[in-house]
Design a protein around this ligand. Structure first.
Ligand SMILES: *Cc1c(COP(=O)(O)O)cnc(C)c1O
Length: 356
């Protein structure tokens, strides 16, 4: 069965005549710009001018680092913008549906709810947190447009088995979105390597985690150029501001620096793992390919509040299905992790009557 992208796109989007910005229509060299009603008086960083709508320079740099072509890249205001656009491009409200595999990242559901699109949930296999491929394919139908695969998965921390994801890519008739927000903490290869082989693959990555730039709000989607074309048609014309573009160009020069921070975080993850393992009241630690560890422990709720009162905030995932009595702990700096461990050790020797 040949893959036909246009068959998946919403009819109104197929018909859309995109907004054509002044900057997008012009690509040569000019000296006088009287086309965009800008203020002619220079501001630092040329902020009196509209930014490049397609972020060509930044995409060129990212393409070099990621070993893809610039036409395979969409850049947005966080990966969240890419997720939102996927719904707007592919999902007809109240008609189409998407599939998620909980426990997973909460934004897929939120974006679906905002777009008024049905979410079909097929739980990961308990404890292993791997996709139940047959169950996913069974729930999918002709109106299933997106399947979200988060790998490494948030909040469980594991990567999804390559063969399972490949089976989903081959058999699912919609787009398979592999969210790799944590890929730089993993020793598994990125699905970017397989982009050419799967026309229905969209890979999401972000500058928010390993790059240490969550405040910048810069996310990436990678896909076939034909898919990226639709992103470009539907996105706001100037979706990335000039400050983000220029700062990103600056930070991206320091690939080594962010790799080093990544290794430090991985070393801290190893240390924290050993220390958590030694606490007698910890029930289970889930192996992590990300910058956090999911921890199963009795009285997670109480420990969560105890830590909070002491000024240390972790993520309580106890209400999430298949994650009863768990906390998700982000790997911090050495001193932050030590503060956490001191509190957890003190909890271990607290008399039961004081554990409220
Ligand atoms: C943190 C995270 C993101 C990043 O979102 P941004 O909008 O790029 O900050 C994406 N997906 C998952 C699973 C995450 O945990």
């Amino acid at each position: 069965m040949a893959f036909e992208l246009e068959a998946l796109i919403r009819p109104n989007i197929l018909r859309l005549k995109p907004y054509s910005s002044a900057r997008a229509e012009f690509s040569g060299k000019a000296e006088v710009f009287l086309d965009a009603n800008e203020n002619p008086f220079p501001k630092p960083l040329a902020l009196n001018r509209y930014p490049d709508p397609l972020q060509k320079q930044l995409k060129k740099e990212i393409a070099g680092i990621k070993k893809v072509r610039p036409e395979q890249i969409f850049l947005g205001n966080g990966s969240d913008e890419a997720i939102d656009l996927l719904f707007r491009i592919f999902c007809e409200p109240r008609v189409d549906n998407v599939l998620t595999m909980p426990p997973t990242y909460g934004m897929y559901q939120v974006s679906a709810d905002i777009a008024d699109v049905e979410v079909r949930k097929v739980s990961l296999i308990p404890e292993l947190f791997q996709p139940d491929v047959d169950a996913v394919l069974e729930r999918a139908d002709a109106r299933s447009k997106l399947l979200f695969v988060c790998s490494p998965n948030n909040p469980t921390g594991n990567t999804m088995e390559v063969e399972k994801v490949a089976s989903l890519l081959r058999a699912f008739s919609g787009m398979v979105v592999v969210d790799e927000a944590y890929i730089d903490f993993s020793d598994q290869p990125s699905w970017l390597d397989r982009l050419e082989g799967f026309p229905n693959l969209v890979v999401l990555q972000t500058f928010s985690k390993a790059w240490g730039l969550a405040g910048m709000r810069l996310g990436m989607a990678f896909a076939a150029p034909s898919v990226i074309d639709w992103f470009n048609r539907v996105k706001a014309p100037y979706n990335l501001n000039a400050l983000t573009q220029s700062k990103a160009l600056e930070y991206i020069q320091d690939v080594e620096g962010s790799r080093e921070q990544g290794s430090t975080i991985l070393a801290e993850r190893g240390r924290l793992w050993k220390q958590l393992e030694a606490l007698p009241f910890i029930e289970k630690l889930y192996p992590s390919s990300a910058n956090f560890i999911l921890v199963k422990l009795p009285e997670a709720e109480k420990i969560y509040r105890y830590l909070m009162e002491a000024g240390v905030i972790v993520r309580n995932r106890s209400q999430v299905e298949l994650c009863e009595n768990t906390l998700r702990i982000t790997i911090g700096s050495r001193s932050e992790n030590e503060r956490l461990m001191a509190l957890l050790s003190a909890w271990g020797v607290k008399p039961a009557a004081e554990k409220v």
